[in-house]
Design a protein around this ligand. Structure first.
Ligand SMILES: C[S@@+](CC[C@H](N)C(=O)[O-])C[C@H]1O[C@@H](n2cnc3c(N)ncnc32)[C@H](O)[C@@H]1O
Length: 349
């Protein structure tokens, strides 16, 4: 058997974290090649079963490499291996940290142009299901633009926790009225995890200024109480469903939370992870003192800032602390809209 090559996609800057998590989970693979947002690994021991999925947080998409092409003719030859009717996802490796892309940047413009050309010139390519929604447990072929001209062909097994959009990267638009990009994080989490949302449902948001996430939740009819020493964007204050507690989370008192019984707690503070978790614990303690068994809290949507990428090594410690506070069934993920941080979606009891 030939040793397999695998690929992992991730955000620009997360490559080292991906290497560490992959090598820790699969000691029989070795790092092979890397570009920002794209890494390959080679199997050292080819008697091991196919790795279909990883437990990794920073690995956005994991699959088997089929081959690479550095000109169009070799790409056409490579793609002849794809069975007719297959789902083929075409996407580009990340080239910018989310939010740092220039205004004129069009994600996937180069690969989309290439696909149009290939379809026009090769009728066989019209028979693929381009960028279609895959069925669970079926193969998806991934045509990944690495550089001009360097295209990688791979395949992965679709699963329900992978978004059906190419590259496991759902496209969510940032509305003009959002005061910040944090809107995208909450919308992406809602899109991926599909929590129940009812109009009038209460949310407590810790670290809410200038108000992107609040704007997303308010526009879904939720009632948001926001904690932050900084002011919100004026548009948020105008919404009657928003209440402000303008202080640091650690200074919030039981009296401040008197009329708050949230079903969700959302956290996004730009302070060190353990400090943020301690301040979150303080807020939850206040809620518990006020409400006892009547506390409705059942979900946490938590952004943990990694002020330094090396903090990624301490994620097990952060998860343990969150568990001690009462979070469980925790899913840790690097959202496409996250930057140097990660996101935890967790039940609360
Ligand atoms: C990334 S921003 C939050 C973005 C916000 N969620 C939004 O949707 O626009 C981080 C925020 O954490 C706040 N913050 C920092 N330390 C805090 C603390 N100890 N308690 C509450 N908020 C804090 C900052 O003032 C800042 O507004």
């Amino acid at each position: 058997m030939n040793p397999r090559f695998y690929f992992a996609t991730c955000q620009v800057g997360a490559e080292k974290a991906v290497k560490s998590e992959v090598l820790a989970e699969f000691p029989h693979v070795r790092f092979a090649f890397s570009r920002p947002g794209f890494i390959t690994f080679k199997e050292e021991d080819d008697r091991q079963p196919l790795i279909k999925h990883t437990q990794g947080i920073f690995t956005r998409l994991w699959g088997t490499n089929i081959g690479q092409a550095k000109d169009e003719a070799s790409l056409v030859k490579l793609m002849a291996e794809i069975p007719e009717g297959s789902v083929v996802h075409a996407f580009e490796r990340d080239t910018f940290v989310p939010g740092d892309d220039p205004e004129a940047f069009q994600p996937n413009a180069r690969i989309n142009a290439l696909v149009q050309k290939l379809k026009a010139e090769h009728p066989a390519f019209q028979k693929f299901q381009w960028n279609a929604k895959p069925k669970d447990k079926t193969f998806v072929y991934d045509l990944i633009w690495i550089d001009d001209f360097h295209v990688q062909l791979g395949k992965h097994v679709h699963a329900d926790y992978i978004d059906p959009a190419p590259g496991n990267q759902p496209v969510i638009a940032l509305p003009a009225n959002s005061p910040s990009r944090a809107y995208l994080k909450i919308e992406e989490a809602i899109h991926r995890f599909k929590p129940e949302i009812r109009p009038g449902m209460q949310v407590l948001e810790v670290g809410c200024s200038p108000g992107g996430a609040s704007t997303a939740m308010l526009s879904r009819g939720m009632k948001v109480t926001g904690v932050d020493p900084k002011r919100m964007h004026e548009s948020v204050y105008k919404n009657p469903n928003f209440t402000s507690i303008q202080r640091m989370a650690k200074d919030v008192s039981e009296a401040d939370l008197n009329s708050v019984n949230p079903e969700w707690i959302v956290m996004d503070m730009n302070i060190a992870p353990l400090e943020a978790i301690d301040e979150l614990a303080h807020v939850i303690r206040c809620l518990k003192k006020n409400l006892g068994r009547s506390l409705s809290l059942r979900l946490g949507l938590l952004t943990i800032k990694l002020n330094d990428w090396k903090f990624a090594e301490s994620i097990p410690l952060y998860m343990k602390r969150l568990e001690e506070i009462g979070f469980h069934n925790m899913v840790a993920i690097h959202l496409g809209s996250n930057r140097q941080e990660y996101f935890v979606y967790a039940d609360f009891a």
